[in-house]
Design a binder for this molecule. Structure first.
Ligand code: HXC
Length: 508
């Protein structure tokens, strides 16, 4: 064999060896756990054949605890670039078959390199995490590696979209870094997120706790709100990440891709005229409203199982990507509590960072008072997020817009660009019941009907026409017209420019 052929053969073999990660047995173990390998995941995520790998031959430099004998080409993370629907993305996928995907100094360098490249090219960065955290044998070098990654997560925040998939038992830095990114997706049953794993908890506190209870997808989807999405299969997870990316621009200087719209823009939805129940104690389902008016009824919901009294997610109007925020009357009457305020605020901040217009459907009779002491700070987060957002903001008051919820979600003073109201809306500083008790105490004491007084209050003080008369509402229309009106408003707001006074940053 010629020297040249020999060299080519060596390179082919070396690449094949790198592609085997931790080796055949470790791959079999990974598959037996119902998990794919790092390279298989990248192949599922990206457009076919688009992956360009970097640093395939990089090796760690640790000689502590016999680590020099545990060398694998690429050292436990596969990094590079590729495309999703033809758009450039950067990706890293930790390889659990190599030392449990634990992060060495070298691995951190590889991850930092793709993050730096993503920033330079202005392209989203997607991390596929399957790692036990800092490689304990490397001590401070691994820990310092995470510090470098966290720094980049923070610097990239609001500049390029950052998405984290959690595809295995992740601990320590392997969850802290994803928590610094924009969106987290967890696998049901095979992925966990904890700062310290059950083994460490047992050692330190003596307590037995299962991986699922400590940080399973169900806990993080419903209780902590850490994860934004969950998926049953890895195939489904990758498709969800692709869909999520489709709603986003490449970076904060670009616009999200506009798709061709096949759904008529002036479609009327007559059933919406009937959706508000006559009895205010009966709730309507805000999902029906959203589904009826967005393009093709397609709504990509974020955090669907957390703080269900507020709904957030992505949709399109006339092909344009928007962030939808809506109170859900079917859950706590759409009233805001701490979790709902934080969920809403975080989503609004993402949309604003990437100049994605926010369409808000308001039906909240104020804020929950039961956690009054915590509520105050949480509620201000939502108000701050809306008021400081400079992206196009359009609010449609579909039901009650009361007190702090009105100000945060639809307040003209809070900087909303356009505020619309259905003709059935009620806009008031207090709930109708409370306002009537306050204003008409004497008349109630004289035996006047509470129902009649509430009707009088709503028609004279809290009607959308009263709000329109003072300019707090820009237009009042019947619910059926909503799609048409929203699309027209988004067209008007498309060229919005708003500059703010220079400052270092707000304190809130
Ligand atoms: C070195 C590690 C490792 C780590 C796992 N491995 N985590 N090696 N450093 N952090 C190795 C294991 O020794 C094992 O090697 C292989 O990966 C697979 O791990 P298993 O334990 O067999 O797998 P499993 O039972 O599925 O448990 C996975 C796990 C568990 C839950 C992640 O390994 C675990 O609890 N690891 C430690 C988690 C942790 O406390 N990390 C915090 C790191 S400190 P062999 O050779 O046997 O196959 C940190 C600081 C960040 O990250 C600070 C900011 C927050």
């Amino acid at each position: 064999m010629s020297n040249q052929l020999e060299r080519i053969k060596e390179l082919v073999e070396l690449r094949a060896k790198a592609r085997m990660g931790g080796g055949e047995k470790a791959i079999e173990k990974q598959h037996a756990r119902g998990k794919y390998t790092a390279r298989e995941r990248i192949d599922m995520l990206l457009d076919e054949g688009s992956f360009e790998e970097m640093d395939m031959f990089k090796l760690h430099r640790c000689t502590n605890f016999g680590m020099e004998k545990k060398q694998y080409l690429g050292d436990g993370v596969v990094t590079g670039s590729g495309t999703i629907d033809g758009r450039l993305v950067y990706v890293f996928a930790q390889d659990f078959t190599v030392n449990g995907g634990s992060l060495s100094e070298t691995m951190a360098e590889k991850i930092c390199k793709v993050m730096d490249q993503a920033m330079k090219m202005g392209a989203p960065c997607i991390g596929i995490n399957d790692s036990g955290g800092a490689r304990i044998q490397e001590g401070i070098n691994a820990l310092g590696g995470y510090a470098n990654i966290f720094q980049r997560n923070i610097e990239a925040s609001g500049v390029i979209p950052q998405i984290s998939g959690i595809f295995g038992p992740c601990a320590g830095g392997a969850v802290y870094s994803p928590a610094l990114t924009d969106f987290i997706l967890m696998m049901e049953n095979t992925s966990y997120m904890f700062l310290t794993g059950p083994k460490v908890v047992k050692t330190v506190t003596g307590e037995d706790v299962s991986q699922e209870d400590l940080g399973g997808a169900s806990v993080h989807a419903t209780k902590s709100g850490v994860t934004h999405f969950t998926a049953e299969t890895e195939e489904e997870a990758m498709q969800m990440i692709r869909t999520l990316i489709s709603y986003m621009p490449q970076n904060n200087m670009e616009e999200a891709p506009r798709l061709e719209c096949t759904d008529p823009i002036n479609r009327l939805e007559d059933f919406l005229n009937e959706i508000i129940p006559d009895n205010p104690n009966q709730a309507y389902d805000m999902y029906e409203v959203i589904g009826a008016i967005v393009d093709n009824g397609e709504f990509f919901e974020v955090q669907p199982d957390y703080a269900k009294n507020i709904i957030v997610g992505f949709a399109r109007f006339n092909g344009q990507s928007v962030g939808v925020v809506a109170n859900q009357p079917k859950c706590y009457a759409g009233v805001l509590d701490c979790n709902a305020s934080r969920k809403g605020a975080r989503f609004v901040r993402f949309c604003d960072a990437f100049n994605i217009p926010i369409v808000t459907f308001v039906n909240a009779s104020g804020i929950i008072k039961e956690k009054e002491n915590q509520m105050l700070v949480a509620a201000t987060k939502l108000t701050t997020a809306y008021a400081s957002a400079t992206c196009p903001k359009l609010s449609v008051i579909t039901g009650q817009a009361v007190g702090a919820a009105y100000i945060a979600l639809a307040g003209r003073g809070s900087n909303a660009d356009l505020v619309y109201a259905w003709d059935t809306a009620v806009i008031s500083p207090l709930s109708t019941k409370a306002a009537v008790a306050f204003l008409f105490n004497d008349r109630l004491a004289n035996g006047e009907s509470r129902d009649a007084l509430e009707k009088e209050y709503e028609s004279e003080m809290a009607s959308p026409f009263t709000a329109a008369a003072c300019g707090a509402v820009d237009d009042v229309f019947v619910p059926a017209e909503t799609r048409n009106k929203v699309i027209a408003a988004l067209d008007v707001l498309a060229g919005k420019r708003e500059t703010t006074i220079p400052r270092k940053h707000s304190v809130k």
